[in-house]
Design a protein around this ligand. Structure first.
Ligand SMILES: *[C@@H]1O[C@H](CO)[C@@H](O)[C@H](O)[C@H]1NC(C)=O
Ligand SMILES: *[C@@H]1O[C@H](CO)[C@@H](O)[C@H](O)[C@H]1NC(C)=O
Length: 467
């Protein structure tokens, strides 16, 4: 038997053993909708924000909540973090195709980039690479200038509300522990399951240190810059998606119904009252950005309807490098990364920069500034962390309480409302948005609920002295 065959058998055996270890039960039942049913809140999409919102709203026993999701239960490949690579391009992925402008991304066939978004309970929190990164306090202070109420202290309250930080080194250090909580539903840890991966991480961190990048305890700690192994939404070998952390524990609530394999195609708006009501929309797709990551690009893309058919995928124009400054920054970044070659480790292994021949750059002298610009322009890819297509702000789509301007009874709660690109992966901020939105809605509909307002929150970690 050829070797690859026996190893694939082994893989299947492993998967079977795993599936017994991680019982695939406990997801909410599928709810069969009938015509004319009424709910107090209809949440479209069970992603990083939707599941949080539906679960939190259904804590109020007299709120009847419907959560609508196009996909079904997370498969074993989602639950077990090590198997996640098989999710991209599968039926658990919306498999969108994003497009580059003319002259950009020529290294990608057809100038098309697969754009991965989870189509499953938990959305992309069930299919992503599990990185838990909040972004920087400054991101939120700037955000707060556009939409009051989103300052760092206010959002920190919700980051803590959702999180169960299982890593002791973080909780033992008061400067760090202050920023975290062990009481929330989303488990966060830094598993060292494979000694080999830990060693690679260590080597990488040493290289960074040699380049003058400080090593810090964690990426969500009080330091603004620095390098550390990231935190993951994993605990006990299980992915802590929003389906896992929020929907499973809420699955028996009689006032929370989850309609799976259901797609909203329309939101009806009463022309006289401008109030949104039932009907079934897929308008608010959560999109995300960024690999040598341009954290704060100036270029902007667009998401547009392809047709009037709600089941058609949207047109995703990445818009990369529409602003020429981004290209300068990216080319400088590539050159900076190249200096890794001069660190002790890479010298030891005699690392070299491969002389890639990039489609579109064949005629440019390898290694020149012009070459690196061409390289950056044509190899650019995406980590699928786009934000801001339905941004909040006075002149934008929603207000700071996430209400669609001029329409009653309709809010947008997902990555699309983020007004400025945060310094990191989007899953954590989007879960935070779900938490904060739930409190805003409760405050609007219940008399005895006061949502958190960070003004008198005692903070020592983020005083001016730190940033
Ligand atoms: C938080 O996680 C720990 C494991 O690190 C667990 O023992 C504890 O019960 C969790 N707390 C909550 C509130 O779920
Ligand atoms: C590595 O160091 C050498 C010698 O100091 C220098 O000439 C070279 O430009 C460096 N390479 C990179 C990619 O920084």
């Amino acid at each position: 038997m050829p070797f690859w065959r026996s190893s694939s058998v082994l893989l299947i055996l492993c998967a079977l053993t795993l599936s017994q270890a991680f019982l695939q039960e406990g997801w909410p039942d599928n709810y069969q909708l009938t015509d004319g049913e009424r709910f107090d809140f209809i949440v479209v999409g069970s992603g990083s924000a939707g599941s949080v919102l539906a679960a939190r709203l259904s804590e109020v026993a007299h709120f009847r909540v419907l959560l609508i999701e196009s996909g079904g239960d997370p498969p074993i490949t989602s639950v077990v973090p090590g198997l996640l690579i098989t999710l991209q391009g599968s039926k658990y992925d919306w498999n969108y195709q994003a497009q580059f402008d003319e002259g950009v991304g020529q290294a990608h066939p057809g100038r098309i980039l697969p754009y991965h978004r989870g189509k499953v309970l938990g959305g992309s929190s069930s299919t992503n690479f599990l990185i838990y990164a909040r972004g920087k306090p400054q991101d939120y202070e700037e955000w707060n200038r556009i939409a009051p109420g989103w300052d760092w202290n206010s959002v920190l309250y919700y980051f803590k509300k959702m999180e169960n930080m299982s890593e002791e080194t973080v909780m033992m250090n008061p400067r760090n522990a202050y920023l975290h909580s062990t009481e929330g539903p989303v488990k966060v840890s830094r598993p060292v399951t494979l000694a080999s991966t830990a060693a690679i991480d260590n080597t990488r961190l040493e290289c960074y240190e040699e380049m003058g990048i400080e090593r810090v305890l964690e990426i969500n700690g009080p330091e603004i810059g620095g390098a550390a192994r990231p935190h993951f939404t994993i605990y006990g070998g299980r992915r802590s998606s929003t389906a896992e952390a929020y929907l499973r524990p809420a699955k028996d609530r009689p006032n929370l119904k989850v309609a799976k394999f259901s797609t909203v195609t329309k939101i009806l708006i009463d022309p006289h009252t401008l109030r949104a009501y039932g009907g079934t929309a897929n308008v608010f797709n959560e999109i995300d950005y960024v690999q040598l990551v341009l954290l704060h690009p100036l270029s902007r893309g667009q998401v547009k309807l392809r047709s009037t058919d709600p089941l058609d995928d949207p047109i995703i124009d990445l818009g990369y490098y529409r602003n020429a400054y981004d290209l300068k920054v990216a080319a400088e970044g590539v050159k900076y990364i190249n200096t890794l070659i001069n660190t002790t480790y890479f010298r030891k292994v005699q690392g070299e920069i491969p002389r890639l021949s990039v489609t579109g750059c064949e005629k440019i002298a390898w290694g020149s500034d012009e070459y690196w610009e061409c390289y950056a322009r044509n190899t650019v890819a995406s980590l699928s962390h786009a934000v801001g297509t339905c941004s909040m702000g006075p002149d934008a789509v929603v207000d700071e309480r996430l209400r669609v301007h001029h329409v009653a009874g309709l809010r947008v709660v997902d990555a699309s409302v983020i007004p400025l690109i945060p310094s990191g992966n989007t899953n954590a901020p989007v879960m935070m948005i779900g938490e904060k939105a739930a409190d805003m809605i409760k405050a609007d509909y219940l008399e005895d609920i006061v949502e958190y307002n960070g003004k008198d929150f005692k903070s020592f970690a983020y005083t001016n002295e730190v940033w």
